[in-house]
Design a protein around this ligand. Sequence first.
Ligand SMILES: Nc1ncnc2c1ncn2[C@@H]1O[C@H](COP(=O)(O)OP(=O)(O)O)[C@@H](O)[C@H]1O
Ligand SMILES: [Mg+2]
Length: 275
Amino acid sequence: MAGVSDGDAAASDSSTADDAERTNATMRGSKVVVDDVGKVYESDRQRVEALSGVRFTVNDGEFVCLVGPSGCGKTTLFRTIAGLEAPTSGEIRLDGEPVTGPGTDRGMVFQEYGLFPWRTVRENVAFGLEEQGVRGTERTDRIDEMLQLVGLTDFADAYPKELSGGMKQRVGIARALAVDPEILLADEPFGSVDAQTRDMLHQELLRIWSETEKTVLFVTHDVEEAVKLSDRVVVMAADPGRVREVVTVDLDRPRDRTEPAFGEYVDRVRRLIGE
Ligand SMILES: Nc1ncnc2c1ncn2[C@@H]1O[C@H](COP(=O)(O)OP(=O)(O)O)[C@@H](O)[C@H]1O
Ligand SMILES: [Mg+2]
């Protein structure tokens, strides 16, 4: 009897250890590890559990979208990974190192552009390089390279107010990539542009992603956008903000929205969200 239960205990211990070992191994190879992250916003009047037990990984060079309804904690998670917000519990690790604040290893793009209106396109793209103390021809060359990457060479000396929404967002991408971050973080970057421009920006972003081999973490509430772009879609649910499921999008690129398989992924993610 004792022998049997010892045996059982040993067997289950070793399978747990194996699982833990496998999990650790996967996590070690990951660029980003979101490890049991919780976030509570507390004030005198209310307590909001914005994130609870959020756990997923992003591999080096992977394109991952976070998708979910308004209020499910996407921006909170984005800000936590960016290091702008500290988690209440759990931890984010980049290349195995806990995130304690923002860093040049992460470039950020926001919905509202966040461009400096008094700076030209070139001067906007220069911002992070100035911060890093990159000067002279090294800086000019890098800016030229970025402007070329996003197709804005001819608009180098224009001001943001002279640009369309799509062009402003391309400046945002160029500025984020200028300092050569390892990870590009984007929070609903194409939420303010029209559908046609958005399609064009998707193609541009996918081209930039494959040319630069960056890891991309992209927040959206648009399910079609997530299926169009991602290797994997992290589907979130609200109250509290949590991961419902991680869906691997096994479709070749470029992807065609009119393909039945594309529609099946969209339907599956929509069902998970409860749309
Ligand atoms: N600074 C804050 N203070 C208090 N509550 C917040 C704050 N930021 C976000 N929240 C709350 O946390 C939840 C998640 O918000 P958010 O991360 O913005 O979601 P999403 O980006 O998915 O729409 C919401 O209920 C929101 O009201
Ligand atoms: Mg948001």
